[in-house]
Design a protein around this ligand. Sequence first.
Ligand SMILES: [Zn+2]
Ligand SMILES: [Zn+2]
Length: 204
Amino acid sequence: MKFSAGSLNRFFFLSFIIFYWATSGFARPGIESPRQFIIQPYGKISKALINDVYQRIKLINPNVKLNSQADLPISAYYSPRGRYRADSIIHYLSRKTARGNVIIGMTSKDVSTTKGEHKDWGVMGLGFRPGNACVVSTYRLSKKNLTSQLFKVSIHELGHTEGLPHCKDPHCYMRNAQGGNHLEEETDFCRSCKSYLRKKGWRL
Ligand SMILES: [Zn+2]
Ligand SMILES: [Zn+2]
């Protein structure tokens, strides 16, 4: 079979269009390109654990970067309880992060925030809704299922940064912890949360 220069040009042009359509978020109607996720490990948290969670997040958003370990900001330390303020950490992270990216801090230290009449309430994680920063802690997680629990808390907080509120479905990753650890009952995002995040470019 012979190809004229014109038909070859058309072939390359068409291939380019198909490649662009297949790889670009813009070409899929109603679906945004995912923001870049940045993982920031803090202190002595296990590198193997961070790497496992990083690999799992990467399946949802390949646009993810793993930073090298750093120290938690001293300004977030709450000496009366010997723990770190999650709200201070996310403000600190937010200031350091470019618009259009989202950063997630990961620590083994206990973190807390103000909740109603509780001035200093320990949490598994905290994130802006919507926003560009969140933090998660392994302190209150089950050591038996640490990787999957840290993954679940991480995508819960990342879900908040995309704008998702808490969800009433007890099996959904966006369930409100309300002071407990129900992560073993959470199996996936529910249909409605999943559909919201898919529009944000998450591969779910
Ligand atoms: Zn939440
Ligand atoms: Zn849900």
